[in-house]
Design a protein around this ligand. Sequence first.
Ligand code: ISL
Ligand code: CA
Length: 550
Amino acid sequence: MTPSIPWWKRAVVYQIYPRSFYDSNGDGIGDLNGIIEKIDYIHSLGVDALWLNPIFRSPYDDGGYDISDYMAIHEEFGTMEDFDRLLAAVHSRGLKLIIDVVLNHSSDEHAWFIESRKSKDNPYRDYYFWRKGHGTQPPNNWPSFFGGSAWQYDNATGEYYLHLFSKKQPDLNWEHPPLRAALAAMMEFWLAKGVDGLRLDVISAISKQTNFPNTDTTDFNETIRKYYANGPRLKEFISEMRHRVWDKYNCMTVGEGPGITPANAPDYLDQNHGLNMIFHFGHMFMDQGPGGRFDPIPWTLQDFKQVFVTWNEALKQNGWGSVFLGNHDFARMVSRWGNDREHWRASATLLLTLMLTQRGTPFVYAGDEIGMKNLTLGAIEESKDIETLNGWREARARGVAEADFLKVANYSGRDNARSPFQWSAQPHAGFTTGQPWMGVNPNYPKLNAAQQEADTESVLQYFRKLIRFRKAYPVLADGEYLPFTHEKEQIFAYVRQAPEEKLLVVMNFSNQPLTLEASWLPATAVWLFGNESAPQQSTWQPWQVGIYKL
Ligand code: ISL
Ligand code: CA
């Protein structure tokens, strides 16, 4: 590797939702030892780094994003010794480990909050945001991500505290220097152990408009952009942490958060003493109406393609992005963007190819390498997600029928992608010998990793080949990105270019075969790679992708 290129620019990151990855002790819950047991599988994929969703002590109100002790391992996941062994196992294979730190809020069961709520003069009072209400009304009209007001009244002192997410996730007050010092010390604790990178949860919201103005819109995503994200001291706070902590450990940082736009993204990034990269949600929010996740609207491929073009443009000069098409917060990528029925294999492999050939660091969500599909909930009670359960409560109050809400939840809900990893055709997909904490997708007898290990044409085997291909052509990681358009909307094509190399990626993003005029392809194009053999007579099969050398 060229020494001037940081490791994370060429890396493929594999995201693990620990609760659903592999259960080592039969209690039905995935755990750290389970990840250790599967480390050779992960290594065999050819990925370079692992990102683990939160593994810290938590009452588990929001999938571990409600942390009650940042420096302890969640009991169901194991012990600190297990973590140390996992880190050693990762490093001994030349892989990197990225952990998920939640700096915007803690659990209400965190010692800081337990103190903070006791009295107005408690030394921890200002670790959180406390405000008086207006009569019986909260301090302002902000809605929370998970429904209802973003303010919760607390009897002990007769004031409200802010919680942008659930009421068990009070927002931390970054204006207060001792809080920042405590978070810095917490990150140092993990970095001193040798953790290689941090995924920073909702980093876009850590700086608040502390006069808490009312929102003037009922469009939730607009409220996020205007009031919750990109606060006045955001850049300052990020750069403080960079100089105070991250740079000391040469730590990779990837910031997450809604409200990051192509226009403001550079503010977050390296050249402004910021983060190494960010997750952006342009495509992920494309099909959300004013009501957010449970208010789906149609999306077009035209818009989808445009998101990639726009972001590449925004980050072209001095920026770096990430590429993801799904994670623990969204539907399974093949069900959402592809066709998980008659063109399952082709669309799953096309989407993986898209991710690994865009400019930016790909984050592949565990299960997508075998084409796992959405879990279909048969009833609301099957949901394990606070967002879906609260969403249903609100929808029911508005008179929505359960069947209608289920339809929406099965399209966009977070349960879709949180079902246990499908290892084999054994009971519970080989995930556990006990009762799994959440339903396993009933398609597992046919769709599982063991079956795909044995099948040379499988999605899994394709993914391994694709990673090897990407490594052989570093232009796919570092090269410039140039749109390559075709008047047919179904075609998504682009060029990746470096001084010594030029590759063209072409995709038929549709369920129909497409015949392109032969002259469209440059005469010098040589077929290198794809999920089918090279097109005959310029006819592209549904969901066919090809990579040419120009
Ligand atoms: O998924 C979204 C849209 O409905 C996002 O807005 C998402 O809620 C937001 O990006 C924050 O997500 C992260 O923080 C949440 C947690 O529930 C998510 O799992 C996490 O990825 C609160 O910590
Ligand atoms: Ca377990």
